[in-house]
Design a protein around this ligand. Structure first.
Ligand SMILES: NC(=O)c1ccc[n+]([C@@H]2O[C@H](COP(=O)([O-])OP(=O)(O)OC[C@H]3O[C@@H](n4cnc5c(N)ncnc54)[C@H](OP(=O)(O)O)[C@@H]3O)[C@@H](O)[C@H]2O)c1
Length: 296
C-alpha cells in the first residue's frame, strides 16, 4: 500500500536527500534526474510532465517539495537560457500539474532574490535580484504568487551541515584547516546561514501545519562569511592544533561570473513565530560541526 503524502522533486540533491531521510521512504516519493538514488523515481522536469507520470490517477499526495534546479550561481550566469528553461520554464509546468492535481507546491527559493543593499530582509520587502539565478527564483515566486490555491515559498539562506564527512562549506573549511590550505574569505558578504537539519524540520512543520505564503528559512543572526569561518576555527581548536591560514578579502575580489549581492541576510521572525521557536545560531552549529568531526 502506498502511504506517500509528500513528493520531493530533486531528492538527489543536498537538501532533498536530507529531507527524504527525515520523511522516510514510506511517506515520500523521491525523484532524481541525472543522479540515481535508491528507490527513487526518474523525473526530468524539462522533458517530462508530472501529470503524465507521478500524478497520473489516484496519488494520495498532499505536498510537493520543489528542490530541483540549476543551483550553481555561476552556472546560471554562464548558461542563462538553459538555466531559465530548468529553473523557470519547467518549474511553471510542474506547478501547473501540482495545482491541477490538488497538491500544494512548496518551492525552494533563495535569499538571492534580494539585491544585497542592506539586510535582514523580511517577507514583505520587495525583491530586486541582481543575479541571473536570483531573477529566475523571483520569476518562480511570482508565478506561484498568482495562484489562488495554497502554496508555500521557502526562501533558503546558505545551508550548512554538521554531519561528519559532509561536503559543504563547513566541511570544506575543516578539510582546508587540516591540510593547511589558505582560505580566502570575504569580510563584506553578510548572510544568515542555517543548518540543513533545521531546514528539513521547517519544511516538514510548514507542510504538516496549515501554513501558506512566503517564509524565510534562515539562521537567527546575520554573520559575515569571515566571522563564520573564525567561529568554526575557534571550535576546531578545541580538538585540534590547526594553523589557520585565513586570507581576509572582499567578495568583490573573487572572479565570479556576476558580482554577488553583499548583504542577503534575512529576518526569520515570521518563521520562528509560526514554528513556536527559533534555530540554533552559528556558534552552536559550528560547535556541533567540530564535535561531530573530531570528538571521540
Ligand atoms: N543549498 C543552499 O545553500 C541553498 C540556498 C538557497 C536556495 N537553495 C535552493 O534550494 C534548492 C535545493 O538546493 P540544493 O543545495 O539541495 O541543490 P543541489 O544539491 O544542487 O540539488 C539540485 C537538485 O536539482 C536537480 N537538478 C539539477 N539540474 C536538473 C535538471 N536539469 N533537471 C532536473 N533536475 C535537476 C538535481 O538532480 P540530479 O542530480 O539527479 O540531476 C538535484 O536533485 C535549489 O533550488 C536551490 O536553488 C539552496
Amino acid at each position: 500500500m502506498n502511504h506517500a503524502r509528500f513528493l520531493i522533486v530533486g531528492a538527489s540533491g543536498y537538501v532533498g536527500s536530507h529531507l527524504r531521510a527525515a520523511l522516510g521512504r514510506e511517506f515520500s516519493i523521491a525523484t532524481y534526474n541525472r543522479t540515481p538514488i535508491s528507490g527513487g523515481v526518474h523525473f526530468d522536469p524539462v522533458t517530462m510532465r508530472l501529470s503524465g507520470t507521478i500524478l497520473r490517477g489516484a496519488h494520495g499526495l498532499t505536498h510537493a517539495f520543489l528542490l530541483y534546479g540549476m543551483s550553481n550561481i555561476d552556472e546560471c550566469a554562464r548558461n542563462p537560457e538553459l538555466a531559465h528553461e530548468i529553473n523557470v520554464g519547467s518549474l511553471k509546468r510542474v506547478i501547473d500539474d501540482l495545482v491541477a492535481a490538488g497538491v500544494v507546491p512548496v518551492f525552494a527559493s533563495s535569499d538571492a532574490v534580494f539585491d544585497g543593499s542592506r539586510g535582514m530582509w523580511t517577507e514583505e520587502d520587495a525583491v530586486n535580484p541582481v543575479l541571473t539565478y536570483g531573477r529566475h527564483k523571483a520569476r518562480g515566486e511570482q508565478y506561484l504568487n498568482q495562484k489562488s490555491c495554497p502554496w508555500l515559498i521557502v526562501r533558503l539562506a546558505k545551508v550548512v551541515s554538521t554531519a561528519p564527512g559532509s561536503v559543504d562549506m563547513l566541511g570544506d573549511w575543516m578539510t582546508q584547516l587540516e591540510t593547511g590550505t589558505p582560505i580566502r574569505c570575504a569580510y563584506d558578504q553578510v548572510f544568515s546561514p542555517v543548518d540543513v537539519d533545521d531546514v528539513v524540520r521547517a519544511l516538514i512543520r510548514l507542510s504538516e501545519g496549515s501554513f501558506s505564503g512566503i517564509y524565510h528559512v534562515c539562521g537567527p543572526e546575520p554573520v559575515t562569511r569571515l566571522e563564520l569561518l573564525k567561529m568554526l576555527v575557534d571550535e576546531v581548536h578545541k580538538y585540534r592544533d590547526v594553523s589557520a591560514q585565513i586570507v581576509p578579502c572582499s567578495i568583490r575580489d573573487f572572479d565570479f561570473a556576476e558580482p554577488r549581492p553583499l548583504n542577503t541576510s534575512m529576518s526569520p521572525r515570521k518563521l520562528y513565530a509560526g514554528l513556536g521557536g527559533g534555530f540554533d545560531d552559528m556558534s552552536v552549529v559550528c560547535a556541533r560541526a567540530a564535535a561531530q568531526r573530531y570528538a571521540r
